[in-house]
Design a protein around this ligand. Structure first.
Ligand SMILES: Cc1ncc(COP(=O)(O)O)c(C=O)c1O
Length: 369
């Protein structure tokens, strides 16, 4: 019989599939728990639930379920272009920003070429890179964050893409405007810089640059963003990229004709106009960030400072048994050993009651371990 693993493209053979956060229903089935009593802080989702404006927009769209969506996403692109101070031909829509990362890899990477990214960076970068037979060049992190000068030094003649995330997931680390400016100045002009800003709406304190400010000066820059996090639409899968028109044109050639569905398009337009929801998301996140840090202090635990909607907590010992103990308590967080961080757990900031449940469960599990 043929070995269809050996027949797969060599990069794919070496890939491990993306491991998502454990779904609530799965844990409920496994441990015979009531799903209503389970707290999931494992996928950097928005704990607020969908806004009424989004629900209404989706309801209005239901009558058209037999029709294909607008394959050009005219309305959403128009609104995004206006907000992002670009032309509509600079906007690419994706089925989540994950889709954008995949489109970029499909369009710009091939066997013999490589993509550069940081140690502890988002797990999808190696997946999209190796899926097209290109090489992943992983640059050691500095204090858990991107070492941008070292990443520059890792670029060679075969590098086509550099993935940088600001802030990064799972570490929550970030770089400032000076560091980004220097990086973009020195990066070869024929290397595409994918600046992943999936969590940018949460960044407070003015320490993070706005990637959009650099687009006009740098035609090799693509900024990717998402509606999955601060806008609360993870289930619908909508993300977008802002780039030069040429790059947008190239991505448009490889995307599925209807890559963003009509409910998602309508919901994203509604979410963009729901400033109160976004403000509440941020406020809740800031509160929860303080709450989790305070809780860690009380438990004498360290953490990596974060500008996202999550916190990587340093348990000072192997985290896997603590993760399992938390599951027994009905609390799902994210182990990050697969990111080279065996002693950390990543916790998404939830509602104040959920954060409190997590801290209580953590305290109990740590005391019994
Ligand atoms: C850094 C980063 N980029 C991109 C994504 C992709 O998110 P989505 O496909 O939901 O837009 C995520 C999701 O967790 C992320 O953490």
């Amino acid at each position: 019989m043929s070995d269809f693993l050996a027949l797969a493209q060599s990069g794919v053979q070496k890939l491990s599939p993306y491991v998502p956060g454990k779904p609530v229903d799965e844990l409920a089935r496994e441990l015979k728990l009531d799903p209503a009593n389970i707290v999931k802080l494992a996928s950097n989702e928005n704990p607020l639930g969908a806004s009424p404006k989004v629900r209404e927009a989706i309801a209005n769209e239901l009558a058209e379920l037999t029709r294909y969506p607008d394959g050009n996403g005219f309305e959403l692109k128009t609104q995004l272009a206006e907000r992002c101070r670009v032309q509509t031909n600079q906007v690419t829509l994706g089925n989540g920003s994950n889709d954008i990362l995949e489109l970029v890899a499909r369009a710009y990477l091939a066997p013999g070429q490589n993509a550069v990214f940081s140690e502890h960076a988002f797990a999808v970068y190696p997946i999209v890179t190796q899926a097209v037979g290109a090489e992943s060049r992983v640059v050691p992190a500095k204090e858990w964050g991107h070492d941008l000068p070292a990443m520059l030094a890792a670029i060679d003649a075969n590098t086509r893409i550099v993935f940088i995330a600001n802030p990064n997931n799972p570490t929550g680390t970030w770089f400032n405007a000076q560091a980004l400016g220097d990086f973009l100045r020195d990066v070869p002009q024929d290397v595409l810089v994918v600046l992943d800003e999936a969590y940018i709406e949460y960044a407070v304190g003015g320490e993070l640059p706005d990637g959009l400010d650099y687009l006009a000066q740098h035609p090799n820059l693509l900024v990717s963003r998402t509606f999955s996090k601060a806008y609360g639409l993870a289930a619908l899968r909508v993300g977008y990229a802002l780039s030069s028109p040429v790059i947008a044109d190239v991505l448009n050639r490889v995307r599925q004709p209807f890559n963003v569905n009509s409910l998602a398009l309508a919901a994203a337009c509604a979410a963009l106009n729901d400033a109160a929801y976004l403000a509440k998301s941020r406020e809740l996140n800031e509160f929860g960030m303080q709450q989790l840090q305070e809780g860690c202090r009380e438990l004498d635990l360290g953490w990596i400072p974060s500008k996202g909607n999550f916190l990587c907590i340093d348990l000072g010992r192997v985290a896997a048994p603590v993760f399992q103990g938390l599951l027994q308590e009905g609390v799902i967080v994210r182990p990050v050993a697969n990111y080279g961080m065996p002693n950390h757990l990543r916790v998404t900031i939830g509602l104040p009651t959920e954060n409190a449940r997590f801290l209580e469960a953590l305290s109990k599990v740590l005391a019994s371990a």
